[in-house]
Design a protein around this ligand. Structure first.
Ligand code: PLP
Length: 368
């Protein structure tokens, strides 16, 4: 297995599939612009490589959570927008590097304005409106008045307005009401002579579940998780997308263990018959959930091998009864090949986002 080099665990990231997923989303939402959200280092899969691939595929706009992430893809010379909130310390670099900044309150707006004057620049900003997320942003009930005030500040060009869904994958009425109240706000402001070039509310779930979020007056969507072919576990899925990752390790030990032997920490598994037990060089430090202990399987020689015993930091143990031909050094597919990110999310009682963000540092990212 030459392609393992010295890494025990390899995460293959299929850029062609990411590109195809982006294209499928873009076709669905056109004429709206599809912003690629690459926060948290592209959901842990590598923002730079993914951004380069997506730029080739025609992406024209990136979203991130913070300044370091913005700087990692700045060289691609496309608009980059910080989505959640900006902290005071990030503003000077944001202004200097023409990052589109979120306005979440008067204080932030004043700080961006002052820093822009100091640097002799005009900074593009989008108003983040809290229409129901309850996290950050201008509360929608106060938005009209505050926006009118903020628009008077010098050296900021507030040409966008956006909001975010907390529950587009489940509460369709709530989400539709958010859309309605955003449209109302946009219209009220237009009547007062304030209009925005960019208007957006839909994340991936919004695209699938809230039709009014992908229509005028909105002209942009922000997608992150869908680029990787993943979805929330609940909610409708109106576009078919492909998962893009395969996680591979290898067998590092094979032993014939007798009836009655216990396997791993906590002695959670006791053999009820003599079993060939394989040890695979992957553990929870690599992102394999401890929830798969006695509860998941891996693929060896195309066959499912159950994980037996508790997942440890660096190793898992599996039954090789179905693959007598297995040998030390053989490849083990832990994710992919019929085992989905959603399967892991269910086993870990979490969401697909956490699974793909949680591969460890020592996992080699291999772009194919
Ligand atoms: N927009 C905002 C403001 C976000 O915080 C996120 C990510 O959580 C996204 C869009 C992308 O969301 P998703 O990955 O569900 O498409």
């Amino acid at each position: 297995n030459d392609d393992f080099s010295e890494s025990r665990v390899i995460l293959d990231i299929d850029l062609a599939k990411i590109r195809a997923n982006y294209e499928a989303i873009r076709e669905t939402v056109e004429p709206l612009t599809t912003m690629a959200v690459l926060k948290a280092d592209g959901y842990g899969l590598g923002a730079q490589r993914i951004a380069e691939c997506l730029k080739d595929a025609g992406v024209t706009w990136f979203g991130v959570a913070e300044m370091h992430e913005a700087m990692s893809i700045r060289h691609l010379n496309l608009p980059i927008q910080i989505l959640g909130g900006v902290i005071a310390e990030e503003i000077p670099d944001g202004v200097r590097n023409d990052i589109i900044l979120p306005i979440t309150d008067m204080k932030t707006a004043e700080e961006i304005s002052t820093e822009s004057i100091r640097q002799g620049k005009v900074t593009q900003c989008h108003f983040l409106i809290d229409s129901g997320m309850g996290r950050l942003g201008i509360r929608i009930s106060e938005a009209e008045e505050l926006i009118m005030e903020i628009m008077k500040l010098p050296n900021i060009e507030c040409n966008g307005i956006y909001s975010h869904f907390p529950y587009a994958y489940g509460d369709y009425d709530f989400s539709t009401n958010q859309v309605r109240s955003m449209i109302q706000l946009i219209q009220d402001l237009e009547r007062k002579g304030i209009s925005f070039k960019y208007k957006h509310i839909a994340n991936s779930d919004g695209i699938h579940n809230v039709p009014s979020a992908i229509q005028a007056p909105f002209n942009m969507v922000r997608t992150g998780i869908n680029l990787y072919g993943c979805f929330d576990l609940e909610g409708r899925k109106t576009i078919s997308l492909d998962e893009v990752i395969t996680l591979r390790s290898r067998l590092v030990g094979i032993r014939d263990m007798p009836w009655g032997a216990s396997i791993g920490y906590g002695r959670t598994y006791k053999l009820d018959e003599a079993t060939r037990v394989g040890t695979v060089a992957i553990g929870y430090a690599d992102g394999l959930p401890i929830g798969l202990s006695n509860n998941g399987y891996v693929i060896i020689h195309g066959k499912r091998c159950p994980i037996i015993g508790r997942v440890s930091m660096d190793y898992i143990t599996v039954s090789l009864d179905e693959v007598p031909e297995a040998q030390v050094g053989d490849e083990v597919v832990c994710l992919g090949d019929g085992i989905s990110v959603a399967d892991w999310a269910e086993a870990k009682r979490t969401i697909t986002y956490e699974i793909i963000c949680s591969f460890g540092n020592r996992v080699e990212r291999n772009y194919i």
